[in-house]
Design a protein around this ligand. Structure first.
Ligand code: ADP
Ligand code: ADP
Ligand code: ZN
Length: 215
């Protein structure tokens, strides 16, 4: 089962992808996570991507397309994958179509999470991630058992550098200008599964599973 999770920053793409990954035993492919790993490791690609990410701008298409193309060829993708945060532009979606055709794979659905702007800002400002295992929490909506500490591995919880108000605004602009057109792109192919992302984490997951069954 090959899926895309689409939605603005903070919509719950990562949270829902992790749940789907467990349920269907297919990997979550998060371009944001892969880029952050490259930045931390200071690879040439990470060094190039850092400035864009710090500013809240999208990293150039050719960089991201290259990472995903390579990742989709790995053996754990044979029975499916969940793309989280890719594609984010029309050229990325075109490149993905090309890669999938080459690999003889087909998308089953593009899950598009709909969340109000006020809720997005509250979700992003309260988001915390484990420095050690990457697990994502929310101070109010999905808190860890002990303040500042990952429930899964006892790692330290930190706020992402780009989850501050000025960068959030810029990321929302990038979403509206460059990513929102993908809703129409996938609606035209009949793959768009529009989901109310305002409900609780569990209820959003349920709505996605029901939608996938019906599609
Ligand atoms: P994205 O990957 O789309 O940027 P995340 O999955 O990281 O979004 O979620 C953003 C923040 O909102 C996280 O702190 C997460 O715990 C929280 N969150 C995710 N889904 C919900 C939800 N349905 N209700 C409330 N908070 C949520
Ligand atoms: P969020 O969870 O808030 O949606 P991500 O972790 O997916 O954010 O992405 C963080 C940053 O990484 C983006 O602001 C952008 O700079 C970069 N990025 C991630 N995915 C892409 C992509 N598909 N195309 C271009 N830039 C990307
Ligand atoms: Zn952890």
């Amino acid at each position: 089962m090959n899926l895309i999770l689409l939605g603005p920053p903070g919509a719950g793409k990562g949270t829902q992808s992790v749940l789907l990954e467990k349920r269907f035993a297919i990997p979550q492919i998060s371009t944001g996570d892969m880029l952050r790993a490259a930045v931390t490791a200071a690879t040439p690609m990470g060094v190039k991507a850092k400035g864009f990410m710090d500013a809240g701008d999208l990293v150039p298409d050719e960089v991201v397309v290259g990472i995903v193309r390579e990742r989709l060829q790995q053996s754990d993708c044979v029975s499916g994958f969940i793309l989280d945060g890719f594609p984010r532009t029309v050229p990325q979606a075109d490149a993905l179509d090309e890669s999938l055709a080459q690999l003889k794979k087909k998308l089953v659905a593009v899950v598009s999470l709909q969340v109000d702007i006020d809720a997005l800002v509250e979700r992003l400002t309260g988001r915390r991630a484990c420095m050690n295992c990457g697990k994502v929490y929310h101070l109010k909506f999905d808190p860890p058992a002990a303040d500042g500490t990952c429930t899964a591995c006892s790692g330290k919880l930190v706020q992402r550098d780009d989850d501050h108000e000025d960068t959030i605004r810029r990321r929302m602009d990038a979403y509206h200008q460059q990513t929102a057109p993908l809703e129409d792109y996938y609606r035209r192919t009949g793959l768009l599964l529009s989901i109310d992302g305002m409900a609780s984490i569990e209820n959003v997951q349920q709505a996605i599973l029901s939608g996938l069954q019906a599609s």
